[in-house]
Design a protein around this ligand. Structure first.
Ligand code: HEC
Ligand code: HEC
Ligand code: HEC
Ligand code: HEC
Ligand code: HEC
Ligand code: HEC
Ligand code: HEC
Length: 309
């Protein structure tokens, strides 16, 4: 009787063990097929090595390493290597420039690519200028084609709250900007403005981000020179329309009062300049008078103590 019971328990134990193992193997196989989905041709046996690189025609070292872990967080994590690297990637070596990169992104994202090519950044890119922004500068945190992340991820360089910082990686670089005759300190002046302050105060919630950032005034893939008549900030008509997207019925006077990125000076917007100076004098004198009163009180205390006369 007890032997039969024992055998029953043992039998059930084996059954559980067998089921457990089957589930384990199943899970292992599933995870294995998932990892294969982005590397169906085992490209990573070579390109998964962090030290893998080649030397290009100009003698520069170019890394050929693709970080699988970083790639598994990218917007393209379900796309196989060969979907982007069509034909045999080794038969037609490209020069691997910023332009060839944009072209490859553009093979799928044609709409953004077309706009980009006609933008101030894209037009320079076509001329072979590597200083300007292209796809990965705004979509990858390490400017790598394999770590492009979705626009709505909080840490995406293109997430609305992060855009100003993304533009500032170049537009905050005074030396670089001076080469192009761009003298306004656009990042600092934006951060000082109502819009910049409101954006900094808002949380990362998308509902808090109805404020204006760089791209609301300048465009995104179609950013143009501010002298180009098609720029949304060129001329009072365009600028008024741009403000009115968020300030309905604002009108030309509202837009005309906008300082842009310019700092007020005696030559440039003197009224604002002198008002600023007046307020600075007022503020300093109020603080100075306050300080004198406090110091006088301290001196009085240290010589006489708090006695009533
Ligand atoms: C046996 C190792 C090996 C494997 C596997 C391999 N590659 Fe490569 N790959 C190389 C080497 C070596 C280079 C550098 C070639 C050169 O000097 O131009 C390279 C270069 C590249 C380049 C840059 C091409 C260029 O213009 O210089 C790309 C893109 C690339 N491989 C993609 C792939 C893809 C996609 C796969 C899978 C289908 C793959 N590789 C599999 C060794 C490998
Ligand atoms: C979403 C598209 C996409 C996928 C998926 C993709 N790549 Fe790339 N890869 C690119 C682009 C774009 C470039 C820049 C190419 C250029 O300049 O012509 C690039 C460049 C490369 C280079 C050259 C070195 C470099 O970083 O510029 C190698 C090597 C490479 N890829 C290998 C791979 C391997 C291996 C996989 C799969 C694990 C893969 N790629 C998946 C888009 C992709
Ligand atoms: C100057 C920065 C910048 C550059 C350069 C740039 N993007 Fe974007 N991109 C953005 C921002 C910001 C958004 C967020 C949505 C918006 O404001 O339109 C975005 C959105 C996108 C989207 C989501 C769909 C959409 O249009 O909203 C795709 C796809 C995209 N970009 C692809 C590209 C490709 C491909 C390139 C290169 C040809 C590129 N981007 C170049 C900043 C940039
Ligand atoms: C083989 C076609 C292909 C290529 C090449 C390609 N993409 Fe994509 N991309 C896609 C697809 C498909 C999606 C949507 C993925 C999803 O929704 O899961 C996507 C998504 C994106 C997104 C996210 C859009 C959003 O709504 O947030 C961005 C940004 C983006 N790609 C930029 C790029 C950049 C930059 C490159 C070049 C480095 C590139 N793509 C190359 C096919 C491609
Ligand atoms: C509320 C609208 C608005 C916002 C937000 C804004 N700009 Fe501007 N931007 C303008 C206007 C108007 C001009 C032209 C007048 C001027 O130069 O001040 C301009 C000019 C520029 C110029 C050319 C300056 C020069 O010296 O020629 C650059 C570059 C620029 N902006 C980049 C940016 C960047 C980067 C951001 C975000 C950090 C930004 N802008 C935010 C409206 C805006
Ligand atoms: C990788 C560097 C880089 C990034 C990132 C970048 N830019 Fe630029 N941008 C440049 C350079 C360089 C120029 C000068 C091109 C020229 O004048 O030929 C330029 C030109 C401009 C101009 C035209 C200025 C003028 O003279 O009228 C505007 C506007 C502008 N960028 C806005 C932006 C905005 C907005 C962002 C962020 C969404 C951004 N840029 C991101 C490098 C960058
Ligand atoms: C993308 C939307 C958007 C655009 C475009 C925009 N603004 Fe604003 N602006 C706002 C929001 C939202 C606030 C309120 C900020 C806060 O206090 O939270 C604001 C506040 C202001 C303020 C502060 C006083 C007030 O009315 O609250 C001024 C001044 C202003 N904007 C001027 C402009 C001018 C001039 C333009 C065009 C060059 C412009 N804005 C374009 C969204 C925008």
């Amino acid at each position: 009787m007890s032997k039969a019971l024992d055998r029953g328990i043992l039998g059930r134990l084996f059954l559980f063990l067998a089921i457990g193992m089957a589930v384990g193997v199943g899970l292992f196989l599933m995870s294995a097929t998932q990892a294969k989905a982005i590397d169906e041709n085992k490209c990573l046996t070579c390109h998964g090595n962090p030290d893998f690189s080649k030397t290009n025609g100009q003698g520069q070292k170019i890394s050929l390493y693709v970080n699988e872990k970083a790639m598994s967080f990218s917007a393209h994590r379900f796309i196989d290597c060969t979907t982007c690297h069509t034909n045999d990637p080794h038969k037609v070596p490209t020069p691997l420039t910023k332009l060839s990169l944009a072209e490859r992104c553009g093979s799928c994202h044609q709409y953004q690519y077309k706009l980009h090519l006609d933008s101030i950044h894209g037009r320079e890119l076509v001329k072979g200028n590597p200083d300007v922004a292209t796809c990965v500068d705004c979509h990858s945190n390490d400017r790598n084609p394999h770590t492009v992340i979705r626009v709505l991820e909080y840490n995406a360089p293109a997430y609305k709250k992060n855009i100003a910082d993304t533009c500032a990686t170049c537009h905050g670089n005074e030396e670089l900007m001076a080469n192009y005759g761009i003298v306004e300190k656009v990042y600092e002046s934006y951060m000082r403005s109502f819009h910049g302050k409101a954006m900094q105060l808002g949380t990362y919630e998308i509902t808090q981000l109805d404020k204006a950032t760089c791209t609301n005034c300048h465009g995104t893939h179609d950013i143009r020179s501010v002298d180009d008549t098609r720029s949304p900030v060129a001329g009072l008509d365009n600028l008024t329309k741009t403000c009115e997207q968020c300030h309905p019925g604002a009108g030309a006077n509202f837009a005309a009062g906008f300082l842009g990125h310019k700092e007020a000076s005696p030559q440039n917007i003197p009224v604002a300049h002198y008002t600023e100076i007046l307020f600075r004098i007022l503020l300093t004198s109020v603080i100075a008078v306050g300080a004198v009163v406090v110091i006088a009180a301290i001196v009085k205390f240290s010589t006489k103590g708090w006695r009533k006369e």
